[in-house]
Write a protein that binds this ligand. Structure first.
Ligand code: GA4
Length: 323
């Protein structure tokens, strides 16, 4: 268990939404063994059905993952004033409870940074030694290459190139969800929302967390289910851009995080985004003859600008759907 020695203060707690403690544990998360010959097929099936899957046999040692986690814990354990030096997040930097700029709040503190060298100067302070996005970007590329293969794109690197590109607009975040305060749990029997429901705007996201539960995904029928944590694996979710690139065949999964009543949750996430000027439009290899795009054409820059004007739970793709 991760022990963080600086509990977060209780101010503004009333603004944070609550939710019944997780009960619906989902045992059917698709598990993809990256070394298995059938992996690419399983990935594509999971992207269509759930927009979410877990990757095992990824080749990253537990020793390395433990080291990364320790760096993140060290950062969150440092004095509040030190952390604040990397904030506020506009949009990159250290944030505490406030998410985005449109009024969302959660039981969370985080560090958000951009991985594009052209933007890095804007968040020079927001760097944790030893933490780099390379590992998770490489894994995202491997998975995108399998997807491209399975979708018959011809060019195996057609998708991964978008996030390998030096102009790729990807970002990385470290999250710390402190335990839900006893007072609140006892009074209402409810958990605080750590990160409210949302979909990720980018192409694909890779998540690694410690062994604390909290992540939930929304199934097709609208049921919220809890994802059993697994600190040895990586979880992947489809983002809005990949949903558009597959003309709605892949599902950008709605997800959220509930605070755990007993333990801290620490996670790190890589959000693979394309260059700003990239047109987000359905891949010709997925379209059937005569099939039209369900979305108006837009660039990643246009989508991102529009996304940053929304609240977390808004349906961001709605503005770009053809009527
Ligand atoms: C959700 C996915 C990523 O965490 C993120 C988030 C971003 C932020 O935290 O600043 C956003 C959110 C995310 C979507 C809508 C806007 C922007 C907060 C928010 C209310 C870094 C991202 O790219 O989009």
């Amino acid at each position: 268990m991760v022990v963080l020695s600086h509990p977060i203060h209780l101010e503004n707690i009333a603004q944070i939404k609550t939710c019944k403690p997780a009960s619906n544990i989902f045992t059917e998360i698709p598990v993809v063994d990256l070394s298995h010959p059938n992996a690419k097929h399983l990935i594509v099936e999971a992207c269509k059905e759930l927009g979410f899957f877990k990757v095992i046999n990824h080749g990253v040692s537990m020793e390395f993952l433990t080291k990364l986690e320790a760096e993140a814990v060290k950062f969150f354990n440092s004095p509040q004033q030190e952390k604040e030096k990397s904030g506020p997040p506009n949009p990159f930097g250290y944030g505490n409870k406030k998410i985005g700029i449109n009024g969302d709040v959660g039981w969370i503190e985080y560090l958000l940074f951009c991985t594009n060298p052209e933007v890095i100067s804007q968040n020079a302070n927001a760097v944790v030694p030893g933490i780099s996005e390379t590992l998770m970007r490489n894994m995202a590329c491997e998975v995108l290459e399998m997807i491209a293969d399975e979708l018959g794109m011809g060019d195996r690197e057609g998708l991964s190139r978008l996030i390998r590109d030096e102009k790729s607009d990807s970002c990385f975040r470290l999250n710390h969800y402190p335990p839900c305060p006893d007072q609140l749990q006892a009074l209402s029997g409810r958990n605080l929302i750590g990160f409210g429901e949302h979909t990720d705007p980018q192409i694909i996201s890779v998540v690694r967390s410690n062994n604390t539960s909290g992540l939930q995904i929304c199934l097709r029928d609208g049921t919220w289910v809890s994802v059993p944590p697994d600190h040895t694996s990586f979880f992947f979710n489809v983002g809005d851009s990949l949903q558009v690139m597959t003309n709605g065949r892949f599902r950008s999964v709605k997800h959220r995080v509930l605070a755990n009543s007993l333990k801290s949750r620490v996670s790190m996430i890589y959000f693979g985004g394309p260059p700003l000027s990239e047109k987000i439009t359905p891949l010709s290899s997925v379209l059937e003859e005569g099939e039209e795009s369900r979305y108006q054409e837009f660039t990643w820059s246009e989508y991102k600008k529009s996304a940053y004007k929304t609240r977390l739970g808004d349906y961001r793709l709605g503005l770009f759907e053809k009527s």
